[in-house]
Ligand binder design. Structure first.
Ligand code: C2E
Ligand code: MG
Ligand code: MG
Ligand code: MG
Length: 276
């Protein structure tokens, strides 16, 4: 009533925020049954060796097919799941589904690694290493086919994260740092943790052919990665020029729409069958 009284525009403004909040509350509510109802599914995006174009691994990316709202992207629902703690349940589901699918591919002779995104809340939850161990055991999956992607934010708790990373490395699982450059960790800290891969955030790749400052920062990242002994993966490559710049400057791996969008497991399977 108040909002209406203060004019049409303000009413809409009020409404817009109200809708956003209502949608958020609905997602929060509906998540409770969404795993059981099989509303989540994974798409996979290949990560390629830039020089040869061969697929190094596939990254699992979760989607929610909501019965009323349609397909909801992770950037919308993951922050809500993190707030409510539901991310831990979802993360366990993602991990198991990625391992199940990977094992199925292995049985068909498709030997491809899978990378799984892990929220820092899931990573720091008490039993994370056990959840990983159980998923590997349950699906009889070889541990070095699994790569866990964490973000720099886990470094806010360096001691704890170091311990978890060591336990995961002992299992034989690979670790990569996602969205590198958007947080505050240093490459030398990551090197002391024996991280396997560092993924340069898309925001840097966007600027490499148009902004010489960004280009030199990316060159430095690649140089440092080389001397600290981990391979870099460039994220969000959309253009041939970007791929060429990265190859010329020694970046080993890349991912992006230029190579492939995230696609269904069936499509990944087709793509990989053609390559073998
Ligand atoms: P991310 O892990 O950094 O994944 C890369 C995102 O960039 C994906 O978006 C991918 O579809 C998109 N992308 C890849 N190449 C390009 C490109 O060339 N251009 C553009 N414009 N975009 C590109 P998506 O699938 O919407 O996922 C967004 C984020 O949601 C992910 O970023 C990750 O942080 C999170 N996420 C996705 N799946 C999971 C999951 O299973 N668990 C957790 N905890 N987070 C997830
Ligand atoms: Mg990722
Ligand atoms: Mg990323
Ligand atoms: Mg991200």
């Amino acid at each position: 009533y108040f909002a209406k009284k203060s004019g049409k525009n303000k009413y809409q403004f009020f409404n817009e925020h109200g809708d956003k909040l209502a949608r958020k509350l609905q997602l929060e509510q509906d998540f409770r049954s969404a795993i059981e109802e099989n509303e989540f599914y994974l798409e996979y995006q290949p990560c390629v060796e830039l020089k040869t174009g061969s697929v190094y691994c596939v990254e699992a990316l979760v989607r929610w097919k909501h019965p009323i709202l349609g397909i909801i992207p992770p950037n919308e629902f993951i922050p809500i799941m993190e707030e409510t703690g539901w991310i831990v349940n979802l993360g366990t589901w993602v991990l198991n589904e990625a391992c199940r699918q990977n094992k199925e591919w292995q049985k068909l002779g498709i030997n491809v690694k899978v990378a799984v995104n892990v929220s820092s809340i899931q990573f720091e939850a008490e039993n994370f290493v056990d959840v990983v161990k159980e998923a590997l055991l349950k699906h009889e999956m070889q541990s070095d086919f699994l790569e866990i992607e964490i973000t720099e934010s886990v470094m806010q708790n360096v001691e704890k994260s170091t311990r978890i990373i060591h336990e995961l490395k002992e299992l034989g699982v690979k670790i990569s740092i996602d969205d590198f450059g958007t947080g505050y960790s240093s490459l030398s800290l990551l090197s002391s943790l024996s991280i396997d891969h560092v993924k340069i955030d898309k925001s840097f790749i966007d600027g490499i052919t148009s902004n010489s400052n960004i280009a030199s920062v990316v060159k430095k990242m690649i140089e440092m990665g080389e001397s600290l002994n981990f391979d870099l993966i460039a994220e969000g490559i959309e253009l041939e020029e970007q791929a060429n710049f990265l190859i010329e400057n020694g970046c080993r791996y890349g991912q992006g729409y230029y190579f492939s969008r995230p696609v269904s497991p069936e499509e990944i399977q087709k793509l990989l069958m053609q390559m073998w």
